[in-house]
Write a protein that binds this ligand. Structure first.
Ligand code: ATP
Length: 427
């Protein structure tokens, strides 16, 4: 984990937020490569969950909703974690994660368990009055439930169908740590899949399989993934059954994605609290509340899993080569273009032309510093799958070498073949 944290900082993936002021716990900023990788992850999720499915629609709702939403959803009453505070050093801990009765920091005595609500509070409008109190959403799905009737009216879907959303979520977690695993501000990718009651168990199993497949397609090793069935007593207040996809993090197996059967809890409660009927009428005129299957995952958490899973080192003559064996679709940079020598104008001119041309279709990097070996190493470390080198032969026959990150083999090909070559590889 330390190696990943340092690589992420050094190469521009992840920075501690507000670092010049000493940082702020649980908040992270994403640098030039981090933002590219995050966007790739979001795009790949959106492609599988929305674009490739006929009956799943996208949505982008606000972060702040009417405060009644959180009453209806049950979050005001029960989106809590158990908290204990040390009576000596006043540090606070999640009671369910403590392993002893004493403070893990100073050995002091701990208070009794209190329930701590994880929602961030704010005020809407100029008056800081209770009536204006609002909350930053701790999950994106409530925006989906409150727009359920809007989407149904516009799209006229038949069951089963889904509504998907990617957006920020905020949770005032009692303890953070493990780098970007548990943050106070993060991005969520959530699908609410509406099904006929009675067909919910079948669809739940379907989504567990689909999501497991997606993680493997993203490039995560099969052995580092497993399913965890939540015992009845630890289920969230809305859930009939929840299965987590867990990843083998360096600190142990932990939740990567949760797939919950939320039943008709949310639609029913929003109907009750808002007075608007959110039931669904099917093609036979039958009215009922659909059940909801929800796969829900954090962008930062899958990003961490992908980085950890891809990281490897190769030792050769005391030189250590660090490689991020990322799926090329996830890699921030797809191709790096180098002139063999930095002081030959002809080489630079041709290399620049190739670089500018490829940029129209791919995320491409330019590097003319140091020697070729160092440039390859530098790209390996950030997971760039291919490097193109322009050498003296290129000036004569319009060919270049393409070096593959995984095999380190170089292949010569025509400059005019490059675009098609990378397009095919990225398919
Ligand atoms: P935990 O029990 O670990 O606090 P949870 O069960 O409350 O987590 P869910 O509500 O199931 O988490 O959240 C769905 C997904 O959102 C998680 O699988 C994870 O990928 C992501 N997620 C949740 N909380 C955080 C967080 N604080 N930071 C980053 N990602 C998060």
């Amino acid at each position: 984990m330390e190696k990943i944290v340092s690589l992420c900082k050094r190469r521009g993936f992840v920075y501690p937020s507000s670092e010049i002021y000493g940082g702020i716990g649980g908040f992270w900023d994403f640098g030039p490569l981090g933002v590219l990788m995050k966007n790739n992850i979001k795009q790949l999720w959106w492609k599988t969950m929305v674009e490739e499915k006929e009956n799943i629609f996208g949505l982008d709702s606000t972060v702040i909703h009417h405060p009644k939403v959180w009453e209806a959803s049950g979050h005001l009453a029960s989106f809590t974690d158990p908290l204990r505070e040390c009576k000596s050093c006043h540090k606070r801990f999640r009671a369910d994660k403590l392993t002893s009765e004493k403070c893990p920091e100073c050995g002091g005595e701990l208070t009794e368990v209190k329930q701590f609500n994880l929602m961030f509070e704010t005020y809407v409008g100029p008056a800081k009055e209770t009536a204006n109190k609002a909350y930053l959403r701790p999950e994106t799905c409530q925006g989906i439930f409150i727009n359920f009737a809007n989407v149904v009216d516009c799209m006229r879907p038949k069951l089963p169908f889904g509504i998907a959303q990617i957006g920020k979520g905020f949770r005032n977690e009692i303890t953070t740590g493990d780098f970007i695993f548990r943050d106070r501000e993060f991005e969520m990718m959530e699908l609410e899949f509406f099904v006929r009651p009675g067909e919910d168990e079948k669809w739940h199993d379907y989504w567990i399989k689909e999501r497991l497949k997606w993680h493997q397609e993203m490039g995560i090793k099969k052995d580092n993934l497993r399913l965890f069935e939540h015992p009845k007593e630890s289920l969230a207040h809305y859930s009939k059954r929840t299965v987590d996809i867990e990843y083998k993090f360096p600190f142990g197996w932990a939740e990567l994605e949760g797939i919950a059967n939320r039943t008709d809890f949310d639609l029913k409660n929003h109907s009750k609290f808002s007075g608007k009927d959110l039931s669904f009428q099917d093609e036979n005129g039958e009215k009922f509340y659909p059940f909801v299957i929800e796969p829900s995952i954090g962008v930062e958490r899958i990003m961490l899993a992908l980085l950890l899973d891809a990281y490897r080192e190769e030792k050769n003559n005391k030189v250590t080569r660090v490689i991020l064996s990322l799926n090329p679709k996830v890699s921030p940079i797809k191709v790096a273009v180098f002139p063999l020598l930095a002081n030959k104008p002809d080489l630079i001119k041709l290399a620049r032309r190739i670089y500018e041309d490829l940029r129209k279709d791919f995320m491409v990097a330019w590097d003319d510093r140091g020697n070729i070996g160092k440039r390859y190493f530098s790209q390996d470390e950030i997971g760039t799958p291919w490097c193109v080198t322009v050498d003296f032969q290129s000036l004569e026959d319009k060919t270049v070498t393409v070096r593959d990150r995984e095999t380190t083999k170089q292949e010569r090909m025509g400059i005019d073949k490059l675009k098609e070559f990378f397009e095919n590889k990225l398919k």
